[in-house]
Ligand binder design. Structure first.
Ligand SMILES: C[S@@+](CC[C@H](N)C(=O)[O-])C[C@H]1O[C@@H](n2cnc3c(N)ncnc32)[C@H](O)[C@@H]1O
Length: 255
């Protein structure tokens, strides 16, 4: 397999399309992976464990607590306050990275409904290594700065580390899944899915696969939340209709 074929294989497998500077960076990452593990490119796709390690090494997993805070606040005002009235409900962070988005949502729920136990916030990611960090819920202590003061009671600072408190961990879970593979994205009955800063480098055909997966994972009239700069074009409005009640656009599942 040459680099062009590998690029296409990664595109089909993860959704991410590489060109320009990103392609140059990909080449560097591939070369250092091959050297480090002493394997050929073909071998990577024949071995599940190796493929997991490879995917870990190429995907960008930057994240933070309460990222796009104004958008989260608006989601809370417009949608979350109604969602938490349901007898039981689920929220998802698709492409959750190390779990900070999941825990931020968990804290927002508890702030609006202390002692809530009927909710699950599910973090889904393709990369195993980020999921391990997410499950532990232990971060560098300096990350406390990302958490607005009123939510800091949900974490504990000890010996330079930030620990997510048990009450938040109790309502969260983490699963491996691929948002562009229907066989590998088996989730159902979610009231809202956050998928922010994940689809930026998806091509249209791959984005359609992800949107169909989100459509089937959401319950009737469920809400899809993309990053503030991301949007769904008209051609997919039969799946998701834009809804703008405040500053931000959210997407409602078309039934
Ligand atoms: C830049 S991070 C964004 C994290 C978080 N959503 C946020 O906004 O802070 C993107 C994450 O998406 C994950 N990802 C990329 N392609 C994916 C796919 N096809 N299925 C599941 N997760 C994927 C990456 O592993 C990475 O952890």
């Amino acid at each position: 397999m040459n680099l062009e074929q590998l690029k296409e294989k990664i595109h089909q497998y993860t959704g991410n399309y590489y060109d320009g500077a990103r392609l140059t960076l990909l080449k560097t990452k591939v070369n250092s992976f091959i050297k480090k593990h002493n394997v050929t490119i073909d071998r990577i796709f024949e071995d599940r464990e190796l493929l997991d390690l490879f995917i870990d090494s190429i995907l960008v997993n930057e994240t933070s607590f309460f990222r796009h805070l104004d958008q989260m606040k608006e989601f809370c005002e417009i949608y979350l306050r109604d969602i938490i009235k349901k007898p039981a409900y689920r929220l998802m962070s698709a492409g959750c990275s190390t779990g900070k988005e999941v825990y931020s949502l968990g804290m927002m729920i508890l702030e609006n409904k202390p002692d809530e136990k009927r909710v699950r916030v599910t973090g889904v990611d393709l990369s195993n290594s980020v999921l391990q960090v997410a499950k532990e819920g232990i971060y560098d202590g300096s990350r406390i700065d990302q958490i607005p003061p009123k939510y800091r009671k949900y974490v504990t600072l000890k010996n330079g580390k930030l620990y997510i408190n048990d009450e938040v961990k109790r309502i969260t879970e983490f699963k491996q899944g691929n948002i562009v593979e229907s066989d590998y994205f088996y989730f159902k009955n979610y009231s809202a899915i956050f998928c922010r800063n994940v689809i930026i480098y998806f091509t249209k055909d791959i984005l359609e696969k992800a949107l169909k997966n989100f459509h089937s994972a959401l319950s009737k009239e469920g809400i899809l939340v993309l990053a503030p700069t991301e949007k769904i074009d008209k051609e997919f409005h039969h799946l998701f209709q834009p809804e703008k009640k405040g500053k931000f656009t959210f997407y409602r599942r078309v039934n």
